[in-house]
Design a protein around this ligand. Structure first.
Ligand code: 5GP
Ligand code: ZN
Length: 111
């Protein structure tokens, strides 16, 4: 399948990987929106949160996001985990991914 995140998961495209287990991989965003910006993805392709139905996978994805934040020393300052679902919400890559953002303050509500 011609999916850039599948290619990153298969190591066919380069990425700065900061986390990996047998189901999930975390790598730095190419266009970071905060001092720390990591994308956490399932290794198996799923288009989006709306298309996901594997509770174990979703749980592992979120736990991996928390582990990335821990490793990147984001816990004390706080961090944000974002899943953009659908084009209208800003999703541009249709392989499920959680953004882990930290190292600066965040406004609420989000833009
Ligand atoms: P979305 O807009 O779908 O929520 O997030 C997609 C993210 O993927 C964007 O933040 C974008 O910068 C990032 N991105 C797109 N292509 C690549 C790539 O080839 N490598 C990496 N590391 N990040 C990418
Ligand atoms: Zn994919």
């Amino acid at each position: 399948m011609d999916c850039i995140f599948c290619k990153i998961a298969r190591k066919e495209l380069p990425a700065e990987i900061v986390y990996e287990d047998d189901g999930v991989i975390g790598f730095r965003d190419l266009n970071p929106q905060a001092p720390t910006h990591v994308l956490v993805i399932p290794k198996t392709h799923v288009d989006s949160l709306a298309a996901a139905n594997d509770a174990k996978m979703l749980g592992r994805l979120l736990l991996a996001a928390a582990e990335v934040a821990r490793r990147e020393n984001l816990e004390s300052g706080g961090y944000r985990v974002i899943l953009n679902n659908g084009q209208g919400a800003g999703q541009s890559v249709f392989h499920l991914h959680a953004h882990v953002l930290g190292g600066r303050g965040f406004a609420w509500p989000p833009g």
